[in-house]
Design a protein. Structure first.
Length: 329
């Protein structure tokens, strides 16, 4: 599956980076990269998205692939982290290899350090998944801001695309994002559609050290940018302007680009991606949200009562007009 290919690509990108960090005597950078991989990519994304593969169905090819991929990641992490967390990683390594006998080394410190394999790396796939993570994170942060639970379905997310490549990548991961953030549709807008109006302001922390006494002139110029100039900087990542007869190149780090909120929508942006979330909840969406909340409550009671997911249960519900309407629909 594509998600297995993605996590293996991320793993080998990590192997290369960590090896370089150790070569340069930078263990802190290595530790942070390993931590980010385990928390953001392996736990928050791969394991969570594959949880049905781990517990559902027979021990067939798809389930075996999920378990073996996770095992490979954990075994590799034990070796990458061994120089900086020697005791815990040795315990993890021996727990992983003790029952499987995949390796015969008595300790992780006697095992071979992981080798980077170029063929495992797929930068296009990494880029797609990065966009899926960014879009999901932005939408979930907007839900949290408005205190709308993820179980409550919402109708639409609008995303302006900067170019055709970005459009193709987002279209490829749209179904995954819709499932993650619980929205019905994702609408991709041309960046010049005019629906989302971009705003720009100087980033004084970045401009100050670079331009010193000229910062005032540059910040004034930035605030007078046209929509075309803002779009060009956002697309290309750099823009040349003339200040006092000198050409100055501005980068995205020198400015903060945001989008104006639209009535009934919330807007957020990060890593060059802007999302607008429709927070209007129709009667149909409200009923679906109530039904999902009911399912969640039943599953929690099932869990607290010691029943397995596969056990059939009988449910009795007290009559309520709102609840009855949601269930029947």
């Amino acid at each position: 599956p594509e998600i297995d290919q993605w996590i293996m690509s991320q793993l080998h990108t990590l192997i290369k980076f960590v090896d370089e960090c150790y070569e340069d005597y930078e263990p802190t950078k290595a530790a942070r990269a390993i931590s980010d991989f385990v928390q953001e990519n392996l736990s928050n994304w791969y394991v969570r998205l594959c949880r049905r593969r781990f517990w559902k169905g027979e021990y067939a090819h798809d389930k075996i692939a999920a378990y073996q991929t996770l095992y490979t990641c954990l075994l590799t992490i034990s070796k990458l982290s061994a120089p900086i967390a020697p005791f815990f990683m040795d315990k993890l390594y021996r727990d992983l290899t003790g029952s499987t006998q995949t390796e015969q080394f008595a300790s992780v410190h006697l095992a071979e350090f992981p080798k980077f394999v170029e063929n495992f790396v797929n930068k296009t796939l990494e880029s797609k998944m990065q966009k899926a993570q960014t879009i999901s994170s932005l939408v979930l942060s907007l839900r949290k801001k408005e205190m709308i639970k993820v179980r409550q379905p919402l109708q639409k997310v609008m995303i302006p695309v900067l170019d055709e490549n970005q459009r193709v990548e987002i279209e490829a991961i749209s179904e995954l994002v819709k499932a993650e953030v619980n929205v019905k549709e994702i609408v991709l807008l041309d960046d010049d559609s005019g629906i989302l109006v971009k705003q720009i302001k100087p980033n004084f922390k970045a401009l100050g050290p670079r331009f010193g006494k000229d910062m005032g002139l540059i910040s004034k110029e930035i605030q007078s940018f046209s929509a075309d100039q803002i779009n060009q900087l956002d697309k290309q990542g750099a823009l040349d302007i003339v200040i006092a007869g000198n050409t100055v190149t501005l980068s995205l780090e020198d400015v903060e680009i945001t989008s104006q909120d639209i009535e009934g929508w919330l807007v957020a942006n990060s890593n060059g991606i802007t999302v607008a979330l429709d927070i209007t909840i129709s009667e149909e969406l409200k009923n679906e949200g109530i039904a999902r909340e009911l399912v969640n409550r039943i599953q929690n009671i099932r869990k607290d009562s010691g029943f397995e997911v596969t056990d059939k249960i009988k449910v009795q519900i007290k009559r309520s007009g709102l609840l009855e309407e949601a269930i029947l629909k």
